[in-house]
Design a protein around this ligand. Sequence first.
Ligand SMILES: O=C(O)COP(=O)(O)O
Ligand SMILES: [Mg+2]
Length: 311
Amino acid sequence: MSMRLHTPADYESLLDKYDTWMFDCDGVLWHGDRLIDGAVEVLSLLRSRQKKVLFVTNNATKSRKSYKGKFDQLGVEAHVDEIYGSAYAAAVYISSVIKLPKDRKVYVIGMKGMEEELRNEGVSFIGGTDPADCTTAPFSLDTFTPDPAVGAVLCGLDTAVTYTKLSKAFQYLTRADPTNPGSPKNLETCAFLATNEDSTYPAGAGLLPGAGAVSAPLRYALGRDPVAIGKPNGQMLDCIKAKVPYDPARTIMIGDRLNTDILFGQNGGLATLLVLTGITTESELTGPAPSPIVPDYVTASIGDLRVVASG
Ligand SMILES: O=C(O)COP(=O)(O)O
Ligand SMILES: [Mg+2]
C-alpha cells in the first residue's frame, strides 16, 4: 500500500530517510520546456540539505551535455555527471556490455543526442540524422546496399522517423550474417536494441507518442522485441553505480510512470515516490483495476516538498 504524503512532517521524514534523490525528468521536473511549479525550489532545498541529486531520464533525444544546456536554460542547477539519459546508457551498453567490435557499426533510428553519446563512447554509427535516411522518398530494396559492418540496430525517440529508416533497420535485423554469407537468415546476427520503450511522453501541451511507439513497427514486423536499455532496465542504474557511490537503502527514485520509473526503483532496491504531474493518473492507483506496481510514496507534485522548512 502506498503512503500518501500530506503534512510537512511527512515530507520532512523523507528528507531524514534519504540521502540520494534520483529524479526522472519528463513529467516530474518539466513538461517539454515548461518547468513544473516548485521543481527549482525543491531541488535547491535538497542541495541545501547536502542531498545527492541525480537526474535519470529515458528521453534519448539529448546527450548528457545537451541536457546540461537545457537545465541551464531553465535555471535549474545540474552538473553533467549528475545527468543519466538512456542515450548515454545505450552507448555504454554497446561499448562496454555487448562490446560491439570497433570495426562494426550501429544503425540508428534516433536523433542527435543518441549520435553524440555513441560518438563519445567511440561507437561508429550510420542512419540517425543522415538526410539520406530522413527522407519521405519511397524506399526500394533494388537500390539499397546494406553496410556489411552494421552489427546492431539502436532505436529511440525519433521525431524524423521514416519508412526508409524502418526498412533499413528491418533489413539489418533480418539479413544473413554478412561475415558468413552462406548462413541462413539469422535473426540473431544483428542486436536489436532500444534506448527505452515509453509508449508516450509528456510534452509541453500534452502527450505524444514515445520511443516505444517508434520501435513498435519493427517489433511487429520482426515478431521480436528489442533489449530495452532505459528504465526499468538495470543498465541505467549500472551506469550510475559506475560513477556515483550511493546507498540503495537511503536512495529514493522520483518518477511519473509506474512501469518505468517506479519499477526501475523497485528493481534497484530503492524507495520510490510517484508524482501525479506526468503519465500516471489517480485511477491507475485506486481505480477498478489498480496497477500491480505500487510505489512506496505518492504525492501530487514534486513542488509539494516546498512545505519543508528550508535550512
Ligand atoms: O522521454 C521519455 O520517453 C520519458 O522521459 P523521462 O524518463 O524523463 O520521463
Ligand atoms: Mg517521466
